[in-house]
Design a protein around this ligand. Structure first.
Ligand code: GUN
Length: 352
């Protein structure tokens, strides 16, 4: 029986081995530069640094590189450079980094990547006019407007104005509707990346119980649609969910996308579950006591004065899960990689 308390190491190992269901015939498969582990015959790195046995780590950097090489090959076949424009309004520091990185990665992979930066004072009408201009520019295949926008601009109006054919974020209501119907569309990058990470483990999604914590338009809702389209039984949890830990504990696949540092502790996790952490929360010394058990994170906090935490208490959950994504280096690298993939797909569809 699974209880809310942390299992001793020996017990966890027993559950994990039962949970992984490795066929006797399975052969080690090396992929994306990740060596197959001899003892499991599966991809992934076993983290044994902090205990006798741990979940295998889903290496988001390696999977993202795999997608990036798919993108470069597809561009070589296309024979032209797909155009991606990343629009930023104002000086939100996180947005500055994201938008710059998106345009830079696009250029690295052979796309035409452009960063368009406008002042905080730009009016809604001016931004809508800019979006209309980009919609009509035949050299541009993908448009993304980085969110959040300044308060005086209605982000819904701006998203609605982007041509669905160029909506590489997958945020337009037509894209969302198509996704909800299980029809082919450009899917939001972060949840699409999560699907690729789960597929990379070699574990089936079909028939599994997937619990998504978080109901944002960017991650939680599209994540649920993508899992449902792959025949998972899907539960979406949110701030009003009663006994969140008990619901989460039913998950074979647990996706944490709430934006609350280390909310998902060991009592949220069924032994053998696949745990995907979408959270990226930068915290300071106020978290020192809460991460004292995690020597790696505690050291980083001590050294830098801040540390990046996921929504999952990685140091505790890794002793229970069969597979887990780290933060950083898990879901994060996938978002930009999937944006590049969506831009190439948009170019192929629009210019075919
Ligand atoms: N803000 C946070 N995540 C995203 C994203 O994936 N796309 C855009 N456009 N804005 C964001």
């Amino acid at each position: 029986m699974v209880t809310g308390t942390k299992l001793p190491h020996g017990t966890a190992r027993f559950y994990r081995l039962r949970g992984t269901r490795i066929p006797k015939s399975a052969k080690p498969v090396a992929s994306a530069g990740i060596p197959a582990t001899e003892h499991t015959g599966r991809r992934g790195l076993c983290d044994t640094s902090n205990g006798p046995m741990s979940a295998r780590i889903i290496d988001g950097k390696a999977v993202a590189q795999q997608i990036e090489s798919e993108v470069s090959s597809a561009i070589a076949t296309l024979g032209f450079r797909p155009g991606l424009v990343a629009v930023r309004v104002g000086n939100d520091p996180a947005s500055e980094i994201y938008v710059r990185n998106k345009a830079k990665k696009a250029r690295e992979l052979g796309l035409e990547g452009t960063e368009l930066v406008f002042p905080e004072t730009m009016s809604e009408a001016e931004l809508l006019a800019e979006v209309a201009r980009l919609n009509h520019d035949d050299g541009i295949d993908g448009i993304l407007v980085q969110l959040p926008l300044p308060k005086h601009i209605d982000s819904r109006k701006v998203i609605d104005a982007i041509s669905p054919a160029k909506d590489v974020d997958g945020f337009h209501p037509i894209s969302v509707g198509m996704l909800h119907l299980g029809r082919s569309t450009l899917a939001p990058c972060t949840p699409a990346g999560v699907i690729r990470l789960i597929e990379w483990t070699g574990e089936a999604i079909d028939g599994k119980h997937a619990v998504v914590i978080g109901r944002s338009d960017i991650v939680g809702k599209p994540m649920a649609s993508l899992l449902l389209a792959r025949n998972a039984t899907v539960t979406i949890c949110h701030s009003k969910t009663r006994d969140l830990a008990a619901v989460a504990r039913q998950a074979d696949i647990l996706v944490a996308a709430i934006g609350r540092p280390i909310l998902v502790t060991a009592d949220f996790v069924k032994p053998g579950a696949i745990v995907i952490d979408v959270g990226m929360n930068r915290v300071g010394s106020e978290f020192a006591a809460q991460i004292a058990h995690d020597s790696d994170k505690a050291r980083l906090l001590e050294k830098n004065g801040s540390v990046l935490l996921g929504d999952v208490d990685y140091a505790r959950v890794r002793d229970l899960a069969s597979w887990i994504t780290p933060v950083p280096g898990g879901v994060g690298p996938m978002t930009i990689a999937m944006l590049m993939k969506n831009t190439v797909t948009a170019a192929e569809r629009r210019r075919a």
